[in-house]
Write a protein that binds this ligand. Sequence first.
Ligand SMILES: NC(=O)c1ccc[n+]([C@@H]2O[C@H](COP(=O)([O-])OP(=O)(O)OC[C@H]3O[C@@H](n4cnc5c(N)ncnc54)[C@H](OP(=O)(O)O)[C@@H]3O)[C@@H](O)[C@H]2O)c1
Length: 253
Amino acid sequence: MAERARVITYNVASIDGRLTVAPGVNLLAGDERWAAMTVGVGDPYQWPREIHDPGLFLEGSGSFLCPELPPLHGVDPGPPGEGEHFLPHDVVTAPGRRWFAVVDGQGAVDLQFTEWPDPNWVGWHTLVLTSLAAPSEHLAVLRGRRIPYLVVGTAHVALRRCLEVLHELLGVRTIVSTGGGRLGGALLREGLVDEIDVELMPWAIGGRGTPSLFDTQPLAPDQWPTHLRLLDQEALPDGRVRLRYSVADGVPA
Ligand SMILES: NC(=O)c1ccc[n+]([C@@H]2O[C@H](COP(=O)([O-])OP(=O)(O)OC[C@H]3O[C@@H](n4cnc5c(N)ncnc54)[C@H](OP(=O)(O)O)[C@@H]3O)[C@@H](O)[C@H]2O)c1
């Protein structure tokens, strides 16, 4: 079996595991309730960056698809072939290169930047992980913007293969996924999560359908919940708690 990058999920969540305040509330667009709840959190990327030293941060397309941002679809001259990645040599080989990657299997996210204008993100470059479902025109726009992409999978990104390709082509060893619940859920169900880290806030949100940690299909009768082992627990100011769990092998005896 090919080697793959190791995956840690990291999220800031309410005590009941909610990742935003209600269905359809995208935090990138801003929400005053979430802003008040997370006032002590600061930069949510700082802790995982220091602890895990990842080569890549992973986000899901759900964080970028606000209703006010229309998807970037136009005339489609046909799909690219699997494996027709766009990896400009100078971008990939820059010393100390790290990646801020978005899983965007449909080619719907209108990314407008290659590097964030922030001193904390020097050397981090955007990368799109997509599939054959992405319109060719969208990929042409990415090439025009010098945003590298990998095409892995048919209708969605084939996540396991993608982690192998990231390891093989870009040398990525450690990934911190800060994506939403559907990306986390897909990774979990495919057995691709190695560690689960969460910063819990002293708030209960509730609400059926509110995006939560690991939003995915229910377990089948023969499937087991993912068994975890506590690695670390840290009490933080204002009643917040940070937990680190590794994924244990198999089911408990
Ligand atoms: N509190 C936090 O830490 C935090 C973090 C991130 C986001 N959020 C919030 O969470 C919400 C977004 O979360 P979300 O759950 O709706 O979306 P999401 O997890 O950001 O996006 C879903 C992603 O999972 C991919 N996916 C789903 N099933 C898959 C499968 N079987 N194989 C491959 N890829 C698969 C989708 O691919 P396709 O592109 O192909 O559909 C998409 O990229 C927003 O409100 C955001 O503000 C909160």
